[in-house]
Design a binder for this molecule. Structure first.
Ligand code: ADP
Ligand code: ZN
Length: 609
């Protein structure tokens, strides 16, 4: 075993330029090289690809990677080729000549890695063709696509058990960033894995701070956040195309280099926005979920969710795009019941009752996170079956623990209004009634005649919304999604109304404090790089852009941000020192070493003179 391990470390260094493995990578690689099946769960950015790419380099013959996302396939293959590794992909985007070339390379055994789309794999005769090749490993990427209940179900994935049937001796490694317990067992069953080992790496990303803010007055809160991150890059996820466009233009209005990104943008424009963001020409992207897949940008300093996502998996994947460099990054979720209602509205239209149930259960878990009065990280990690010993100290609840007070009388006022309206009030109208506001609907329906009209005038509308949300969380009232979202009193609510049960509430001050004074955890504050190395970094980035343009490749194929940063810190003086930079393997050292060493020497000379 020891011999194998030294050998794979050597492969990691030579081909990928990395000096050590990330947690679990080595264990997975050893297991796969022993010819066994594996399921790998790692958060986005955890380093899943190397779990099959290193074995591919260690084994003779071919590794076949099944991947559902055409764009990702191309990125991965380009990155491999950038490291001098013979790799190719087969999917619907290729023309005839390109296909022919790849088939030729396959026949001659010239490729180490072949990426295929699932459709492609099942196309007439393709599996027969694989029979004739020396396939040594199958990797199934984004393996959660096998689950019919997930948001990214791919029917072809269900047929992938054919791999184990036709190639029983070839190990299969399934990888995903999003899998709860059920999905995990679906992966094992549907792929027909033989006695697989399931590797679960920690999903914890301690450098990401977590916070939830009320959905009221988001724009003011966003301006405050922008103030904290002037000149830094971030993503704002919205649930509609219209809001991405509106928000981007508002941000531009206050002088921020912002743009929007959504599925209806034409492909050229989309890739321009993406490139400009990667290169730091754009600072803030307002996007629908279509943005961020496979983007390798390490210095995203904040991810904001303008709306509530529908699932914890999706949410976790999106915030995972922040702080990939390991430095502190901020994540903020705006929470409003209007968003819950939007999700419920879609859920109600689902016909399959089992599917509907799953969707609602997933939304409930997301709400649980948003409404938490305990450490939010604990909730996130428990979703991925990971338990934490203590509160994280880097979420808003840990930093500003809730202050409770006796809210029995407040609850009774609200519940009484609910009952007196014969349960015909929606949340916003209930606030109007309690505040004594003569809104359109109040006048229309005559709610001003209710005895409790104006009984809560001494409490602000903001505070009432915070309280009513808590009444819902405490199970005193329910939202009737199928009856115009009207509020209904529950048994527990009746007990409160009759004075049989006290109600403890979190004060709105707690929430205000979290909104206004986000605190940084001291041990996560890192020194900014010195101005001199910032200059060098800028020079290295410029050089990378020139080279990338010449090669007609995306910049990160030359070197990633993390590699350039390491280079700016290490300031190598010769090719041996250059090889020590993280992310510089043999191939790139010989291809780009000279140019980068020259740039570093020039910048050093400039500083000395
Ligand atoms: P995932 O597929 O899990 O989201 P990737 O495989 O794309 O993650 O890896 C994320 C980033 O981390 C990539 O830029 C990759 O090159 C880098 N990476 C992976 N493993 C290592 C390692 N052992 N050392 C340094 N960087 C690594
Ligand atoms: Zn916490």
């Amino acid at each position: 075993m020891e011999i194998v391990s030294t050998h794979i470390l050597d492969l990691l260094e030579r081909h990928f330029g990395y000096k050590s493995f990330r947690p679990l990578q080595q264990e997975v690689i050893d297991h796969v090289l022993a010819g066994r099946d594996a399921v790998v769960l790692m958060p986005t950015g955890g380093g899943k690809s190397l779990c099959y790419q290193v074995p591919a380099m260690a084994l003779d013959g071919l590794t076949v990677v099944v991947s559902p996302l055409i764009a990702l396939m191309k990125d991965q293959v380009q990155a491999l080729q950038g490291n001098g590794i013979p790799a190719a992909f087969l999917n619907s985007s290729l023309d005839f000549a390109e296909e022919r070339l790849i088939h030729q390379q396959l026949r001659h055994g010239e490729l180490k890695l072949l990426y295929v789309s699932p459709e492609r794999l099942f196309q007439q005769g393709f599996l027969d063709q694989l029979d004739d090749m020396d396939v040594r490993l199958f990797a199934v990427d984004e393996a959660h696509c096998i689950s019919s209940w997930g948001h990214s179900f791919r029917p072809e994935y269900k047929q992938l058990n054919v791999l184990k049937k036709r190639f029983p001796a070839v190990p299969v490694i399934a990888l995903t960033a999003t899998a709860d317990r059920t999905v995990r067992s679906e992966i094992v069953t549907h792929l027909g894995l033989h006695d697989p080992r399931v590797f679960i790496s920690s999903f914890d990303r301690p450098n990401l701070s977590l916070a939830v803010l009320p959905g009221q007055d988001r724009w003011k809160a966003i301006q405050r956040i922008m103030g904290r991150h002037a000149g830094k890059c971030g993503i704002i996820y919205c649930n509609s195309r219209a809001s991405t466009e509106k928000l981007a233009s508002k941000l531009q209005g206050i002088g921020i280099r912002a743009a929007y990104y959504h599925a209806k943008l034409d492909p050229l424009e989309r890739s321009k926005v993406q490139d400009d963001f990667i290169q730091g020409k754009l600072h803030v992207i307002c996007a629908t979920i279509a943005f961020g897949m496979g983007i390798d940008k390490s210095d995203v300093r904040f991810v904001i969710h303008y709306n509530l996502p529908g699932t914890v998996e999706g949410y976790y994947q999106e915030i995972g795009r922040a702080g990939r460099d390991g430095k502190p990054a901020e994540t903020i979720l705006f929470y409003s019941y209007a968003d819950v209602q939007t999700h419920m509205h879609f859920a109600e239209e689902i016909e399959d009752p089992r599917y509907k149930e799953v969707i609602i259960a997933k939304l409930d878990r997301m709400k649980e996170y948003a409404e938490a009065q305990v450490c939010r990280r604990t909730i996130l990690l428990s979703y991925f079956s990971e338990s934490t010993a203590e509160p994280c100290g880097n979420c808003d609840v840990c930093k500003d623990p809730p202050k409770f007070f006796d809210g029995t009388v407040l609850a009774q006022k609200a519940l009484s209004a609910v009952v007196r309206s014969r349960e015909q009030l929606s949340m916003s109208v209930l606030v109007d009634v309690l505040k004594g506001t003569r809104s359109h609907e109040v006048n229309d329906k005559g709610w001003d005649r209710i005895k409790t009209f104006g009984a809560g005038n001494d409490v602000s509308a903001f505070a009432w919304i915070m309280f009513i949300q808590q009444f819902i969380q405490l199970g005193l009232i329910e939202i009737a999604y199928i009856d115009h979202y009207h509020l209904k009193i529950t048994r527990a609510g009746e007990a409160v109304l009759q004075g049989e049960r006290p109600v403890r509430l979190v004060s709105p001050e707690t929430i205000k404090e979290r909104q206004e004074r986000p605190k940084l955890r001291k041990d996560l504050v890192v020194a900014e790089p010195s101005p001199a190395s910032m200059d060098l970094l800028a020079a290295l980035k410029a050089l990378r852009r020139t080279i990338a343009t010449d090669l007609k490749k995306p910049a990160y194929i030359v070197f990633s941000d993390a590699t350039l940063l390491d280079m700016a810190e290490k300031k190598p003086r010769n090719i041996y020192e250059f090889r020590l930079v993280n992310g510089v393997g043999d191939h790139k050292a010989s291809q780009f070493g000279k140019a980068f060493l020259k740039a570093i020497a020039e910048s050093e000379a400039g500083n000395a003179g």
